[in-house]
Design a protein around this ligand. Structure first.
Ligand code: IVH
Length: 668
């Protein structure tokens, strides 16, 4: 094995181990920065030596593989669904069928949460995840292995040794509410229609072609079903325990139940508690525990006879729609919001509900004064799902969507094929102008400390700023003259603005707020084109050739740079000194070598000389060409000249081997 091979395998094992400790034992043995450094080293090595990358490499977590068309794979065991029950009586009937099927033999159940996500089948061979297949039609599904590998809680390689040579494990991939809400906040921010619910979001994400985008969507999963030959368990309970021991994410919420009474206690407990879970569940699954008894009971054509689900009713309430208000967003999209007579729903008082857009109002035919049904999933804002028509007043009138902007009174427009109405007065409409500034200063963009929506309002009203670029012209005198500012807050704000000049280009590109250009797309554009000037010059063909850039985004980027006002705005930013290009040369990795100077000499096995020089610079070190008393370290490769070595020893310069150097950079 060459040194590179050895290092790749060392890094792979170490990262797998650290992942296991983190996700299984909740222990961080090293800092995030040190962890990232290890991962980056492995990525670099794999990039330089693609043939040496291992199939179970932890770098697959960050994605990168593009699948144009998913391969169809036949399931070894068909993926069936479950029968549903909705009442105690129906559960009682299930229990009686099981009892009869087992000829009065004693038995027990395991109850689990029914997670509202997408089913996945994972194949492990010799402890390595080799295939992930969606349910599809139950007989065959899509191979989505590259996408599944980005799910951080899923082990790519097991850290124990007592597992069967080949086995299949099934479970549910889901999008946690937190992730879902954050994605929708961003989608609305960039003028994209929000995702309907976490389940659709999870299934849409698993079918994406670019796994690096999947990685950013932060999916999670729970596993609940072990299949294969010669399994090391006699019961479902043992399977769950084994899976957990092997490092799989298994929800600890399962319980053994001896009777329908027990099952019902479990159901009632989670009917209340489900609103505190980080992900959605739509019911409970009840399974006969013994695998032998499961086999005895068998399957009907579609469903197992040894398991069933109990479905929760969606939590809903009825109340009166008092009025509809309209909000104008940064992109000019006008969103209707329902104002309700306050009503208690799933433990909170609800007074507003989202109505999405004009189509939704028309679909529901919802009118002021109507009694409406409101439902709450795990999402922040509840939604109106229907109208109680028999209760409608005689004189109600269909809702006419606004025709003019509520803020600037410009006539609204709607583009063919889009659901939203827009205020086209981009430059004059105050909420759009202020919205663009709020977008610009947010954490994911220019991240300006000491500035929030209220201050933007104030500065805008006082005519001190008319767009985000004006922030860079603010002076201490201007600020101190305002009510809200004292010496310290004025200085803080100016310092925050100054600091934002070093925010990297991708974030600036996101911050300028081109429609449909979210944080991820901005990164792709920035990496591909390198600078704002290049993006502004890019043709339609060039834009759609960039990774992840489709027709819609390309047209939006073109439209932005065709508008003289945008070009002028970008020009103002350039004068202000914000980053409008990617940095020259290599990106900084860490400051592990800050303040240290290095001389390198000889031949190295992991790095070329040039790479070693880059590595030193990227981690904050200084490169010196010849040995002197000022040099801290000499990194010594093979075949190094004896004169240099002698000089270094004489001057007390520390001598590092290549491995010692790597350890120093990685901080281990
Ligand atoms: S067991 C043969 N357990 O619900 C039994 N399914 O309606 C296989 N699901 O396709 C399923 N949580 O996607 C099982 N704890 C759980 C589950 C679960 C969610 C989903 C799964 C399945 C569907 C059946």
């Amino acid at each position: 094995m060459t040194d590179v091979q050895k290092r790749i395998s060392e890094l792979t094992d170490r990262i797998h181990y650290l992942n296991h400790r983190y996700y299984q034992d909740s222990v961080s043995e090293i800092s995030d920065m040190e962890f990232d450094a290890l991962l980056r080293e492995l990525q670099d090595l794999e990039k330089q030596h693609p043939a040496l990358a291992q199939t179970d490499s932890p770098t697959q977590r960050v994605g990168g593989a593009i699948t144009k068309e998913f391969r169809q794979i036949r399931h070894q065991y068909p993926m069936l669904s479950l029968g549903n029950t909705y009442s105690r009586e129906e559960l009682q009937e299930f229990d009686e069928r099981v009892r009869k099927g087992l000829n009065g033999e004693p038995f027990e159940y395991v109850c689990e949460l029914k997670i509202d996500g997408v089913a996945i089948s994972l194949i492990y061979e010799n402890g390595v995840l080799t295939q992930a297949i969606t349910r599809g039609d139950g007989v065959q599904g899509d191979e989505v292995t590259a996408n599944a590998r980005t799910i951080k809680s899923l082990p790519l390689k097991l850290q124990t040794s007592d597992f069967p040579e080949r086995f299949e494990v099934r479970g549910e991939i889901f999008m946690p509410f937190k992730v879902f809400d954050a994605i929708n906040v961003e989608r609305e921010d960039i003028g994209e229609a929000p995702l309907a619910n976490p389940r659709n979001a999870a299934s849409g994400t698993m079918k994406m072609q670019d796994s690096s985008v999947v990685a950013q969507r932060k999916l999670d999963c729970y596993l609940y079903y072990l299949l294969g030959e010669n399994l090391p368990s006699q019961s479902h309970e043992q399977s769950l325990l084994r899976l957990k021991e092997w490092g799989f994410p298994v929800s600890d919420t399962w319980r053994k139940c001896a009777s329908v009474e027990d099952i019902f206690a479990f159901i009632e407990h989670w009917d209340k508690e489900r609103f505190h879970l980080p992900m959605g569940i739509d019911g409970i699954v009840i399974k006969v525990n013994s695998l032998r008894q499961q086999e005895d009971l068998g399957f009907t054509a579609k469903i197992p006879r040894w398991a069933i689900s109990y479905k929760y009713k969606a939590e809903s309430a009825t109340t009166v729609l008092e009025s509809i208000s309209y909000q104008v967003g940064r992109t000019g999209a006008v969103t209707p919001v329902a104002n309700l007579k306050p009503v208690q729903l799933a433990g909170t008082k609800v007074k507003r509900a989202s109505l999405h857009n004009a189509d939704e109002i028309a679909r529901l035919d919802v009118r002021i004064g109507d009694w409406v049904f409101v439902e709450k999933g795990g999402e922040i804002i509840p939604k109106i799902t229907g109208v109680d028509l028999p209760k409608r007043g005689m004189f109600s009138e269909p809702t006419a969507f606004l025709s003019h902007c509520p803020a600037c009174e410009t006539a609204l427009v709607r583009t063919e094929g889009e659901a939203a109405w827009y205020c086209p007065n981009e430059m004059g409409c105050p909420p759009q102008r202020k919205g663009r500034m709020e977008h610009f200063i947010q954490r994911k963009a220019l991240n300006i400390d000491g500035l929030g929506a209220e201050t933007i309002d104030l500065l805008f009203e006082k005519k001190l700023i008319s767009d985000s670029a004006d922030l860079y012209k603010l002076t201490y005198e201007q600020l101190i003259g305002l009510d809200r500012f004292a010496d310290k807050s004025a200085r803080n704000l100016l310092a925050g603005i100054e600091k934002s000049k070093s925010v990297p280009f991708p974030k600036v590109l996101f911050g300028i707020g081109i429609r449909f250009v979210g944080a991820t797309v901005a990164e792709k554009l920035a990496e591909h084109f390198g600078s704002m000037d290049n993006i502004a010059k890019a043709t339609h063909e060039e834009l759609i050739q960039a990774p992840e850039i489709g027709e819609k985004i390309a047209l939006s980027v073109l439209a932005f740079f065709q508008d003289p006002a945008s070009v002028q705005f970008v020009e103002k930013l350039k004068l202000a000194g914000v980053q409008l290009a990617m940095p020259e040369g290599k990106e900084a990795e860490s400051d592990a070598l800050a303040g240290m100077s290095f001389v390198i000499s000889g031949v190295f096995s992991t790095f070329s000389r040039e790479e070693l020089q880059d590595k030193i610079k990227a981690n904050g070190g200084k490169l010196i060409s010849s040995v002197s008393a000022k040099v801290n370290y000499l990194v010594a490769g093979e075949n190094m000249g004896p004169a240099k070595l002698e000089k270094a020893t004489k001057l007390g310069v520390k001598i590092l081997t290549e491995t010692e150097f790597i350890e120093m950079v990685m901080g281990s």
